[in-house]
Write a protein that binds this ligand. Structure first.
Ligand SMILES: [Zn+2]
Length: 418
């Protein structure tokens, strides 16, 4: 018998060769061709479809109303539509095993479980794409979902924030370097804080000139810019050429009109984020700026959030996109924002849904790929038990979730009428 050591050079050569040649592991959930039988569908852009067969192949919708063969999933009796897109979430935000908001001291594996669970809950809630804006952990999550079959929504991420600090934020060259650093880290977009948190005064932190440098640099680098902005910072960010403004509380109708005129996407939140903070207040208190006073301010000013949303949706030409700002406790319940949009903001159910479909797809620069039931679009398709145009609470009853042609949820209910 030859000693093991005699094989070592051979093993080493084999290991070296295989490392050089190895191909990425294919996603374990490869899409298979399927035909969805549908009797009621919304197309994602304000239209309806009835009595269709939706052919899905290679992760895309290849035909509607064809008689193509293939495995059939019978979605008759449900309302079928493009999967929803939430343009502002924080998948990294989660409660730790003690039930408190997780901090940086949480063990790394538990943090990974937390972000993965948030992704799973979000997908099960009918959201097939999200922009998660604020944590380095979003990169491995995004990549594992995209490349390795980890279940979750398609993730676009800013990885971190550029936080305004007035003149001390940086020189023009330093501002540009901040944007390029994010790009080098693999960010899909840039998230900028042009105001302090609502919990600590919502004060301006960046000038129009500073914002223009940041947003111009993001565009030059092929990235979109999202700006956290209150009060007149909404129109400041719009004039600076930034792509999307978040929250917009305390802004005036003139600020909103400026954003609308300049094509800036407006992203108000009325149905979930503050309500979730209040419901889970004890789990958050004591961490960062989560104080009794800050929570009280958010609750007190919730009607002002409603006001600015109503102003935005009634401003001609305004691009009002769906977003929740979901943090710990809110993942998977993102659809509550639809109910808020109708109840507090005055949108029709159809307009609210479309704001998370074709409107959101456009806002994230994927309007030719996502957000519509049409040939050539990604097979991101969900089904609800009920008709949301007649009873909006149907958005809470997601029975079917397909993303990229892969079925992640199919839970038929007896309630569907055949
Ligand atoms: Zn946020």
């Amino acid at each position: 018998m030859r000693p093991v050591s005699a094989f070592l050079p051979l093993l080493f050569a084999a290991a070296t060769a295989s490392r050089a040649q190895v191909a990425p592991v294919p996603p374990p959930r490869a899409p298979t061709p399927v035909t969805l039988l549908v009797d009621r569908a919304l197309d994602g852009a304000g239209g309806t479809i009835s009595g269709a067969r939706i052919r899905v192949e290679g992760g895309r919708i290849t035909a509607i109303e064809s008689t193509a063969a293939g495995t059939s999933i019978d979605l008759r009796g449900y309302t079928v539509m493009p999967g929803w897109i939430d343009t502002h979430v924080h998948l990294d935000s989660h409660f730790d095993r003690t039930g408190r908001i997780a901090t940086d001291s949480e063990p790394a594996l538990e943090a990974a479980m937390g972000i993965a669970l948030a992704a799973w809950e979000t997908l099960m809630g009918g959201f097939t794409t999200v922009q998660s804006v604020g944590d380095p952990g979003e990169r491995p999550l995004r990549d594992a979902i995209r490349d390795r079959g980890v279940p979750g929504p398609r993730v676009l991420t800013s990885l971190g924030w550029i936080v305004g600090r007035g003149d001390s934020t940086g020189t023009p060259d330093e501002l540009r370097a901040m944007v390029r650093a994010r790009q080098a880290e693999g960010a899909d977009l840039i998230k900028i804080f042009a105001s302090t948190s609502q919990r600590v005064g919502a004060r301006p932190t960046l000038s129009e000139a500073q914002l223009r440098i940041l947003c111009d640099e993001a565009r030059a680098a092929g990235m979109r810019s999202m700006v956290h902005a209150y009060r007149s910072q909404v129109s400041v960010a719009a004039r600076a050429g930034c792509d999307q403004v978040e929250h917009a509380t305390y802004a005036s109708a003139e600020d909103i009109a400026t954003a609308a005129r300049l094509g800036t996407v407006i992203s108000p939140q009325v149905g979930l984020v503050v309500q979730n903070y209040i419901a889970n207040k004890e789990r958050y208190l004591g961490e960062g700026n989560y104080t009794e006073e800050g929570m009280a301010t958010m609750l007190r000013d919730l009607p002002l959030d409603f006001d600015i949303c109503r102003i935005a949706v009634s401003t001609p030409g305004a691009k009002v996109v769906f977003s929740t700002d979901a943090t710990a406790g809110a993942h998977g319940r993102n659809a509550e924002e639809f109910l808020g949009r109708v109840e507090h903001c005055g949108q029709t159910p159809m307009a609210a849904l479309v704001s998370a479909q074709s409107v959101a797809a456009q806002a994230i620069g994927m309007g030719d790929q996502l957000g519509r039931l049409a040939p050539g679009y990604a097979a991101d398709i969900i089904a609800l038990d009920g008709d949301p145009l007649a009873d909006l609470t149907a958005v809470r009853r997601v029975v079917f979730v397909m993303r990229g042609g892969v079925v992640y949820k199919w839970a038929p209910t007896a309630a569907a009428k055949r």
